[in-house]
Design a binder for this molecule. Structure first.
Ligand SMILES: [Zn+2]
Length: 83
């Protein structure tokens, strides 16, 4: 049987549907019995929903070129041990 801490740690995997069947069923059993974890699951689900609604930042082409130029300037020359 899962305890609340287990449920908290497995919440993301549960929401992504990546838990094995036994774990998923154990989660559902715990959630049926525990209002704290049901509330936690609702909060995480709401947070994920909000994050998906935030638009991706758009970088102006000039800014992207400047970032790329700076990265290239700071990159160590080939063969000096930099990865
Ligand atoms: Zn719980």
């Amino acid at each position: 049987m899962l305890i609340c801490r287990d449920v908290t740690e497995l919440t993301t995997d549960y929401l992504e549907g990546s838990l094995p069947l036994r774990r998923r069923l154990a989660m559902r059993w715990h959630l049926a019995l525990c209002s704290f974890c049901r509330r936690h699951l609702r909060q995480v689900r709401a947070t994920v929903g909000l994050l998906h609604r935030i638009p991706e930042p758009v970088l102006a082409p000039e800014a992207a070129e400047e970032v790329l130029r700076r990265v290239i300037e700071r990159a160590p020359p080939a063969g000096t041990g930099g990865d």
